[in-house]
Ligand binder design. Sequence first.
Ligand SMILES: [Mn+2]
Length: 319
Amino acid sequence: MEKMIGQETLREIDERIPDALRVAFGIHHRVLPPPGPGQHDEIASFAAALLAPRVVDDDSSEPSAAAPPQGGPLRLDFSSCYLPDHDEDAHFGHAETGVLGVADGVGGYRGRGVDAGAFAHGLMHSAFMEVVSAPPGAPVCPLTLLERAHEATAASRAAAASTAAVLSLYGRTLRWAYVGDSGFAVFRGGRMVARSTAQQHYFNCPVQLSSGSGSDRVDKAEVGEAPAKEGDVVVVGTDGLFDNVFDDEMERIVRMGTAMGFSTKNMADVIAGFAYEAARCAYRDTPYSVLSRRETGTNFTGGKPDDITVIVAFIVSQN
Ligand SMILES: [Mn+2]
């Protein structure tokens, strides 16, 4: 059975989305009454001020291996928001080791009489258990973690298949490994400076891990690292986020949220809430509709309803 989002959740999402963001993105109220006449003008000008093009300084340049990390150790301050549709996503975060993970059960298993979320949950459970039992203070390699989690989950003969993304912050370096279309984006000074690129065999068929002999291998994972900087915002999510929200929309939300002093929880809720709205809108374009038109020749518009997992991490000084 699909899990449907109830009125309570919709009301919560309504309450989490600030009016300024609502006006800036044309998001309608689902449950709560809209602001009265005249209120929108003030909010719209506030939104426009926040969203004005930025003057980019040297500090917000793209992270590169050429720029050695400087300063003291950093840590992740993070929260998450999960809006289930079929409830086949899974995620975890571990503050002490600075590790975040998301996984997404491949929906194609849904009609086969198995729990399509089983492998995703197994992967994240195994990864989390691995992390909590790691020696304190030791760096965690996302690729190794993903390999071990895949081995353990496959050994348990868990059903279905999953995409996954794991990130770690150690010292001042952010590392990642991902398989399929679970992914991440890094924002600096309100601009996206790094992001994952979905790995697909073909449209709507992501590279995926499973127990079966047909599983993709973890060595197909895309891996990388970049120097992190205090103030960076890292967003980790499943395709429920990346299929429904364009990069520039994420930038604008992060920029506005930063200007409004959002907590990590507030930022995660707003990004997930926006993805939820976009997923259910029939006329707006989304990354999914654009790709769908290009790959399948249809004239599809709108979003793709799906489980939406968003983790937002602020990179802060350890002291
Ligand atoms: Mn998904």
